[in-house]
Design a protein around this ligand. Structure first.
Ligand code: SDX
Length: 430
């Protein structure tokens, strides 16, 4: 047996040498693609806890060491020195842009922020209190009904224009959903503003008076988008890859990712954290809720805690916690009671045996909502903000999947536990 193979011997002695594939860094993988043909068995891994679904060059995570890198660059360095638009270029193209490339990319994004005017009619049909994630997934899915000129995945120019449209238009769609929820008129994007300034303008400006953009708010948003931009094969990214693997048009694949992100176990957690903090109310109730989170018979979980991969601090949570402090102070927001409650809850949980034993640390969602709220963004919009940041990661993974020469449609198998064959029974015999 070669040293780069796992030898598998079946109960009746059949031997398979399964090749080991090595990445640049991180765990090796055992290639089991011949297993069924050789051994007549499937592997079984609900939730894909130990399963690599693809090879990727985009993002690396080390859950034990709390490492997150985009195209090899540590997220801490990108958070400190880069911008969301520059990080978006890096994720999409694999290299940091030159000054000229960045200027061209930034200009392209600014020129694609408007929606086809017909798309605005959707917002006349939604209920005023429709959840923004429902509107985002619906309107992004409708992009395939408008942009027929860029659905040929084999055409590199189409792939680029699709990427530009998703990145540029999501803030505009998000802002239209927000304006519907608060009964204010939609504000058109402005090409003279950068990505985050434009989002703040579309969210908070009104036709009745000039709106002054708060640079601290724009900077905080930019950092949050960098930290949310990508995260390897998480649930929503895997959904985009799977939907795209059938050859479905890319806008529909992104809409599928938005829907997957909405769940409270995933991107919906930031909204759930704020609701949980408000339910806890004050520090005197922390013990009761930590006990509920530990009680096997109680479905309550401490939202914003735990992670499938990070069994140490989520590096994003560390950066966001520091920024939350700075933003609250700079914006002079009175929201510190919630932030103080979050800090105290974190301290109590981190000292608790149950959380220590199960490696449950605050994740990216635990503090991000505090900042969004301090910026005046309502809780219902928090997962939409997550989707805006993650849209570039979804797009980068879709491009990597669709251009993979060995790519094929994703179609997992199963362990069948239903009825053995049985014959149809006439209704008078049942
Ligand atoms: C994101 O995958 C990604 O990369 C996601 C993400 C990204 O950038 O894309 O990082 C973004 O989704 C962050 C996670 C946001 N979700 C939450 O904060 C919701 C609360 N967290 C949990 O639901 C949970 O921790 C998950 C979903 C995040 C992870 O679940 P796993 O990996 O499937 O772990 P598990 O459910 O098997 O939990 C292991 C044990 C269980 O106890 P036992 O059955 O072993 O006795 O830990 C317990 C769980 O009950 N547990 C918790 C808990 N999270 C796990 N107990 C109390 N509170 C929690 N939050």
């Amino acid at each position: 047996m070669s040293q780069d193979a796992f030898r598998l011997t079946s109960p009746d002695g059949k031997v398979s040498d399964l090749p080991v594939r090595k990445g640049t860094i991180g765990p090796d993988v055992v290639d089991i693609s011949t297993l069924y043909r050789e051994q007549g068995v499937f592997t079984y891994d609900p939730g894909f806890v130990s399963t690599g679904s693809c090879a990727s060059e985009i993002t690396f995570i080390d859950g034990e060491e709390g490492v997150l890198m985009y195209r090899g660059y540590p997220v801490e360095q990108l958070a400190k020195h880069s911008s969301f638009i520059e990080v978006s270029y890096l994720l999409l193209h694999g290299e940091l842009p030159t000054a000229t490339q960045l200027e061209e990319f930034d200009r392209t994004i600014r020129m694609h922020t408007m929606l086809n005017e017909g798309m605005l009619n959707f917002f006349k049909g939604f209920r005023y209190d429709a959840h923004p994630m429902a509107m985002l997934s619906a309107v992004v899915g409708s992009m395939s009904a408008y942009y027929h000129d860029t659905t040929n995945a084999a055409d590199a120019a189409h792939r680029d224009i699709f990427a530009h449209r998703i990145l540029a238009k999501l803030p505009t769609i998000a802002a239209a959903a927000y304006k519907l929820n608060i009964g204010q008129p939609f504000m058109y994007p402005r090409n003279d503003l950068n990505y985050c300034e434009n989002l703040l303008h579309m969210f908070f400006a009104v036709p009745a008076e000039p709106y002054e953009i708060d640079e601290v708010a724009a900077e905080a948003l930019d950092l949050l988008f960098i930290l949310h931009a990508d995260h390897e094969q998480n649930c929503s990214t895997s959904t985009v890859r799977m939907a795209g693997s059938s050859g479905a048009n890319p806008y529909s694949a992104i809409a599928a990712g938005i829907s997957a992100l909405w769940g409270p176990a995933h991107g919906g957690a930031n909204e759930a954290v704020l609701s949980m903090l408000e339910e806890i109310g004050d520090t005197s109730q922390i013990g009761k809720y930590v006990a509920k989170a530990k009680d096997k018979n109680d479905p309550f979980r401490l939202m914003g805690f735990g992670h499938r991969v990070y069994k140490n601090f989520d590096p994003r949570a560390t950066i966001i916690r520091k920024m939350a402090h700075k933003v609250l102070k700079k914006l002079g927001r009175k929201d510190t009671p919630l932030f103080d409650l979050a800090l105290e809850l974190e301290q109590v949980a981190l000292k608790d045996e149950y959380f220590i034993e199960k490696n449950l640390y605050p994740n990216v969602d635990f503090y991000s909502g505090i900042i969004y709220r301090a910026l005046g963004i309502p809780t219902s919009m928090f997962t939409v903000m997550f989707a805006i940041g993650r849209s570039v990661g979804w797009t980068a993974h879709w491009r990597e999947m669709i251009t993979d020469p060995s790519g094929k449609i994703s179609r997992p198998r199963q362990l069948y536990t239903g009825s053995a064959q049985r014959d149809y029974l006439a209704i008078d015999k049942r």
